[in-house]
Design a protein around this ligand. Structure first.
Ligand code: CP3
Length: 371
């Protein structure tokens, strides 16, 4: 009579299966997701690009025992470092611990991430024949640890997880240059002199990003960000002609995932109209473009994210407070996510980042907007 409570009725199962591992109703209303959909939020959501990583002593501790690639390939370690900044700072999102070149490494590209340098590719891709080395990315078999990490993270998280991928131009620039470069001269020269190879390369990279993001969302990620960090080196004309169509196709393909799609690049002040036309749900701005100007030049249906200069976190608390107040004073009252204008610098005092989260959460956007 007083036996154990009944297990879930089989009638419940179809709903459970249909919902899969995705967010329950509580998370779909999380401030980050509301803001990315353009809605008002009870408090401003905030997270930091590159929040997991070198500024955290607990990350360095994990890193002492394992290389970056080893961490990304070990779901327990990757999940742990993904969760570290959420626990410590109380940010409104986690971002998957991985790297933009991880899918390339998973399909056999000889890429090495050198500390203090960045991704280095031993055999660069510079011709149509080289494209053969870029086969399609099949996450389930090429990178089983990817979905497993996302599942582990989502089982513990109370805020959304942002999945990410490198943008086609940014990945192409690493592949063509063979490593980091200041102005991506070789990559942009190939773009002009061999546009069929260029287009084929970017299309393949977009397909790799799509496959990776699809797997991340299927496993539980609730938003995605495309880091096209280096597009700022292109003129608007070259971006429109040689990059935008591929970015647009990628963003269109991502629509089926039904999660907000953020597009970020550095130094994109001259590209904002083009990026708006690519059709993301949100645009990440670096510190060079005032939020108010961004709001004016990006269509109203697209949310904004950014854009405190990361160096504001290298000084005193007073410097940080003054710089953050300046960003917040111009923040849109809805459809806005606070972030840095680029990644957390390794030498940042993590205590200041926690303080910054408190400042942003204490900010009353509506009061500011109506004052
Ligand atoms: O917290 C997070 O944001 C999640 C993890 C993450 C990493 N890389 C881990 C990482 C993310 C989102 C990235 C994205 C990334 N990687 C970008 C786009 C963002 C940006 O900064 O513009 C780019 C261009 C890369 C390529 C890359 N990987 C660079 C330039 C570097 C730095 C090299 C260095 O040491 O200065 C890396 C290495 C890297 N990726 C580290 C981490 C934590 C540091 C290296 C380490 O721990 O050994």
């Amino acid at each position: 009579l007083f036996g154990p409570p009944p297990a879930h009725s089989v009638l419940d199962m179809p709903t459970l299966v249909a919902e899969g591992p995705r967010a329950g109703p509580q998370l779909s209303d999380a401030p980050l997701l509301r803001a990315l959909r353009g809605e008002e939020t009870p408090r401003l959501p905030v997270w930091f690009m590159r929040q997991a990583g070198r500024s955290l002593p607990e990350y360095r501790e994990v890193r002492r025992g394992a290389g970056l690639v080893e961490i990304t390939h070990t779901p327990e370690l990757a999940a742990e470092v993904t969760l570290q900044p959420v626990r410590r700072h109380g940010v409104d999102a986690a971002i998957l611990f991985s790297d933009i070149v991880t899918p390339l490494e998973a399909i056999g590209v000889d890429v090495e991430i050198r500390p203090g340098v960045g991704p280095v590719i031993a055999t660069p891709v510079r011709s149509a024949a080289d494209l053969r080395r870029l086969r399609p990315f099949e996450p389930a078999s090429d990178a089983p640890w990817l979905e497993e990490t996302v599942r582990l993270v989502c089982a513990e998280l109370r805020v959304p997880l942002i999945g990410f991928a490198g943008g086609p131009f940014t990945l192409a620039s690493y592949l063509i240059e063979g490593g980091p470069s200041k102005v991506q001269a070789r990559a942009r020269a190939l773009m002009l002199s061999d546009s069929p190879t260029w287009r084929a390369l970017l299309e393949r990279l977009a397909d790799i990003a799509l496959a990776s993001l699809t797997a991340q969302v299927a496993a539980g990620a609730q938003a995605v960000q495309i880091f096209d960090s280096w597009v700022g080196s292109l003129s608007a004309r070259h971006y429109d002609e040689h990059v935008l169509p591929v970015v647009k196709r990628l963003l269109d393909g991502l629509k089926a995932l039904d999660v907000p799609r953020i597009y970020f690049g550095l130094g994109t002040g001259h590209l904002l109209e083009s990026i708006g036309r690519a059709g993301p749900d949100a645009v990440g701005l670096d510190w060079r473009v005032p939020l108010r100007e961004g709001r004016r030049r990006i269509p109203p249906g697209i949310a904004l994210q950014g854009n405190l200069d990361p160096v504001a976190c290298l000084g005193s608390g007073a410097v940080l407070e003054a710089e953050a107040a300046e960003v917040l004073a111009h923040a849109p009252s809805s459809g806005y996510v606070f972030n840095l204008g680029h990644g957390v610098l390794p030498e940042t005092d993590p205590g200041l980042l926690t303080h910054l989260v408190e400042l942003v959460h204490a900010h009353d956007a509506r009061a500011e907007a109506s004052s």
